[in-house]
Write a protein that binds this ligand. Structure first.
Ligand code: SAH
Length: 339
């Protein structure tokens, strides 16, 4: 048995044809699932009895439960319990352009970034594509509003759960379902090069964000173990290839860590590194957590760093501090719940 929420339109069509049903039923099923939002096959009143039986035999409806919500003005953070009891998080941000949801892709994470709360726990398992879809469905049900943007930046490394990630993108992008435009979807990775290469071959124009956090291998190796596997040179070469293949402007995330990566020399090396690359840099004030020793750079240092990049003609913004006081940094809510 499979979750019905893990089926793309193409998967459903194949299934129907294999079972001597009409292909067009696939779009009716998608309509029931994602427009009308029923959660039994019996409620799909334009399907034949025999098709309902067939669906019941082959698919189940999975679910998940929001067990805790922390709210601040325009950020809500949800702790979600999966069917097997594992916990994940999703964060909803109200922007002037819509509601953006940050979703998790794994229970735990194996990337081991030194500053990150999620990385303190090894990966327990990958989320199923249905569990990625359900984060959107559950939060939309809870707030009774549509989600306009999805950022895949919660717990886990999306490119370490690649196949389910791609299925998820196909499902939510389907135009007669959730219909989330690919330009409204952003995938964030710590830099898993082989998967960036696969990703660039896909037909959708999904945004790519790279957690860079350092201007060179020397500093990056100290805080992000992935950098020892795929070094800066390789990463940058791959991103240039991605852009040359029609990829959209890349976002570089850069957490400001006091005394680690926030010097003027770092700013100037970063500007050199990114010269000629169609990108923008998002400076992120580090969200300090109880369990990890890193400190956030001072406001003045962040401003100096920002000014230096501007002067060097780098497109740069400073992230609005979403959710610092509601444990909205990656993995912090889950961590409190289960320590
Ligand atoms: N594994 C993916 C996505 C999850 S992490 C990636 O690395 O991009 C999402 C982002 O949050 C990353 O840029 C990560 O480096 C950052 N992050 C992790 N802990 C943080 C913290 N305490 N404060 C601010 N950003 C943090």
């Amino acid at each position: 048995m499979k979750s019905i929420y893990s089926m793309t339109i193409a998967d459903l069509e194949t299934f129907l044809i294999e079972n001597e049903e009409k292909k067009y039923r696939a779009s009716q099923i998608m309509d029931w699932l994602y427009i009308k939002r029923v959660n039994t096959f019996n409620d799909m009143s334009n399907l034949s009895k025999s098709l309902i039986e067939l669906l019941d035999k082959n698919f189940y409806f999975d679910s998940m439960e929001i067990i805790k919500e922390q709210k601040d003005d325009d950020v809500s953070k949800y702790l979600i319990k999966l069917n097997d009891g594992n916990l994940i998080e999703a964060v909803l941000m109200n922007h002037n352009y819509g509601n953006s949801l940050c979703i998790s892709t794994q229970v735990g994470c194996n990337m081991g970034c030194k500053f990150c709360e999620s990385g303190r726990r090894k990966k327990v398992r990958d989320l199923l594509s249905s569990e990625l879809v359900l984060q959107i469905l559950k939060i939309e049900e809870k707030i009774n509003k549509r989600i306009s943007h999805v950022v895949i930046m919660g717990i886990g490394e999306p490119f370490d759960n690649y196949d389910n990630l791609i299925k998820f993108i196909e499902i939510v992008n389907y135009s007669k379902g959730i219909a989330l435009g690919s330009r409204h979807i952003t995938v964030s990775t710590c830099g898993v090069v082989p998967k960036i290469k696969e990703f660039m071959k896909l037909p959708f124009q999904v945004n790519l964000a790279i957690s860079l956090h350092a201007p060179d291998d020397n500093i990056r190796n100290k805080i992000m173990p992935i950098s020892k596997v795929y070094n800066m040179d390789l990463l940058m070469k791959t991103l240039k290839e991605y852009l040359n293949n029609g990829g959209r402007r890349v976002t570089f995330e850069y957490i400001m860590l006091d005394g680690i990566n926030d010097s003027m020399e770092c700013a100037s090396n970063l500007a050199k590194l990114l010269k000629g690359i169609n990108c923008y840099v998002n400076l992120i004030p580090y969200n300090e957590t109880e369990n990890i020793g890193f400190k956030r750079s001072s406001k003045e240092q962040i401003m100096k760093f920002y000014d230096k990049l501007k002067k060097e003609k780098v497109n740069v913004t400073i992230r609005r501090e979403f959710g610092g006081n509601i444990d909205a940094a990656c993995g912090q809510l889950r961590s409190k719940e289960s320590v």
